[in-house]
Ligand binder design. Structure first.
Ligand SMILES: Cc1cc2nc3c(=O)[nH]c(=O)nc-3n(C[C@H](O)[C@H](O)[C@H](O)COP(=O)(O)OP(=O)(O)OC[C@H]3O[C@@H](n4cnc5c(N)ncnc54)[C@H](O)[C@@H]3O)c2cc1C
Length: 420
């Protein structure tokens, strides 16, 4: 059997690529190694699927720290607002939550996956599930088909590789596509887990002194060797038994990975009161003490922070929590106030791909035509989704990347069916 376009991988990028190629009139085959299409998509957003984000395109690009700017041309063709319209047309209404995040009104990721699959079927896309592609067939400068694990060869005028990265491999994303890209002459930039919790060897972490403490809207920075912030994120954060997690920690993870190449371990800075200046926090502490001169420090300051964290920071500042306020050393109080604005600790690594939301690194975007998602190395070869060296923050940015690059790859691979 001969197809115009073969799409390998049934994640969001492959589903969208197959739909768009079929809309262009191409005879499309979608091959997925798992039993079901969109396994990661169904898990995404805690089972609710944060399908895209409503921010303006420039803001979206800023939230894709791994080569977001490469996507400007693709966004010109199909952007986040188009994604919203696309799903509305499929009968999946989306709603906006905090930080511009868009979710299906149903709160069920399956409604997103089912709508995509329904559209594939309407467009007569041939679907092979439980079918693993072993490699791609290249003849001189052209891509002419795929070889399945079974040894069967299937020909096509174009192949779209949409097999994802290496994050959460149990969903099928086991990094199979990198070898195929290399065979075609592509560079694979270093792969690393990102949007992933951070590990710390600090004694207070090992002793689990702060485990479970969840902080709202704090400011977390990754510091370079000169102790200057390379990135700061103001979001929520949580201390765990191995280190830190939560949105602020996940967003810092890519920058920690980069710094770990230069220094081991990497210093982090936590500002518990980003909205207050150092002078204002000092004022606040002093007025709390003044209001209760005879109370123990821990009682006078109880409104400032959660008890476990307050006791920890008092101990760090060498202040006795039982000491009455009026006897507290002004010098030690200064240290305590400084800690509230600038608490530093080291992180030594991240959790593995098993626990990462996204893969950093991938097929170098320098070798991809940005308006088409076509390979510069081989004719008839296209890449989309997480296999590319593109990674966004959590917040709907990665599925957006997958859908946008999938659309563009499908559009241009589909068009090729008529020109060849
Ligand atoms: C737990 C979790 C939650 C997430 N939540 C969100 C969220 O809410 N919003 C967001 O924007 N991003 C989220 N992400 C990230 C997002 O899901 C991914 O970036 C996105 O799924 C990537 O899409 P993709 O199509 O490139 O690859 P994938 O979704 O990884 O799909 C690739 C597919 O290719 C198949 N495949 C692999 N190798 C082969 C082969 N050899 N032959 C045939 N098929 C093959 C795999 O089985 C898989 O189905 C989340 C990630 C995780 C892990």
């Amino acid at each position: 059997m001969k197809f115009d376009v073969i799409v390998v991988g049934g994640g969001p990028s492959g589903l969208m690529a197959a739909i768009q190629a079929a809309k262009r009139g191409a005879a499309v085959l979608l091959i997925e190694k798992g039993q079901k299409l969109g396994r990661k998509l169904i898990l995404s957003g805690g089972g609710r699927c944060n399908v895209t984000n409503r921010r303006p395109v420039d803001e979206i690009i800023k939230h894709i720290p791994g080569n977001g700017r490469f996507l400007y041309s693709a966004f010109h063709e199909f952007n986040n607002e188009d994604i919203i319209r696309f799903f509305e047309n499929l009968g999946v209404s989306l709603k906006e939550e905090d930080h511009g995040r868009m979710f299906p009104v149903s709160n069920d990721a399956r409604s997103v996956a089912e709508a995509l699959i329904h559209r594939l079927k309407q467009l007569n896309v041939k679907i092979y599930t439980n079918t693993t592609v072993k490699k791609l067939i290249y003849e001189k400068s052209a891509t002419t088909g795929v070889i399945l694990q079974s040894g069967e060869k299937i020909s096509a005028k174009a192949v779209i590789v949409a097999v994802g990265g290496k994050a959460v491999p149990r969903t099928g994303s086991t990094g199979d596509g990198y070898a195929w890209a290399k065979d075609a002459g592509h560079t694979i930039t270093e792969l690393y887990p990102t949007e992933v919790p951070l590990i710390s060897e600090e004694t207070f972490i090992k002793q689990r002194l702060l485990q479970g403490i969840s902080l709202r809207d704090v400011s977390l920075s990754v510091l370079n060797q000169k102790k200057k912030p390379v990135i700061t994120h103001q979001m929520d954060m949580i201390f765990t038994h191995f280190g830190i997690s939560g949105p602020a920690a996940l967003r810092c993870s890519m920058f920690v990975q980069r710094e770990l190449k230069k220094q081991q371990p990497v210093m982090m800075k936590l500002d518990l009161f980003p909205e207050l200046s150092s002078a204002e926090i000092m004022q606040k502490v002093l007025s709390l003490l003044k209001n209760s001169p005879k109370k123990a420090l821990k009682n006078a300051l109880h409104s400032l922070e959660q008890e476990k964290l307050l006791l920890f920071l008092l101990a760090q500042a060498e202040l006795d929590p039982e000491q009455v306020c009026q006897q507290a050393s002004p010098k030690r109080l200064e240290v305590f106030c400084a800690l509230l604005k600038d608490f530093r600790f080291f992180v030594s690594g991240t959790l593995s791909f098993d626990k990462a939301f996204v893969t950093g690194g991938g097929v170098s975007v320098k070798e991809i035509i940005p308006q088409e998602m076509a390979s510069k190395c081989k004719d008839g070869l296209y890449f989309c989704g997480e296999i590319l060296d593109i990674n966004g923050y959590t917040g709907g940015y990665n599925i957006t990347c997958a859908l946008v690059t999938g659309y563009v790859a499908g559009e241009h691979a589909g068009e090729r069916a008529y020109t060849k």
